[in-house]
Design a protein around this ligand. Structure first.
Ligand SMILES: [Zn+2]
Length: 91
């Protein structure tokens, strides 16, 4: 086994991809997230901004629900604790 076989060249780890739109080379570790498009082409896509807005709206709704869930959760805990405590005292 020679040294050449063990050590790989440094550029082996760099993840270069061809842009699907303008065919320039760009570097990305997760090219599938941007549909194999370079940063410029991806930002030029109109759906990108719409998708972001939808995500933000969903996030806001989610926080509202989680707050309500917390209140319900605390209420449920208090009720269970009250019943448990009452049972222990009245027994
Ligand atoms: Zn491009």
């Amino acid at each position: 086994m020679s040294l050449g076989q063990i050590s790989k060249p440094t550029y082996y780890k760099a993840l270069w991809h061809n842009c699907q739109s303008c065919h320039i080379h760009y570097m990305s570790e997760e090219p599938h997230i941007r549909a194999y498009l370079c940063d410029e082409c991806w930002n030029r896509m109109p759906h990108f901004k719409v998708g972001k807005k939808e995500k933000e709206m969903k996030k806001e709704k989610k926080t509202e629900w989680s707050q309500l869930e917390w209140i319900l959760y605390i209420w449920a805990c208090l009720i269970v604790m009250a019943f448990t405590f009452g049972y222990m005292v009245l027994k």
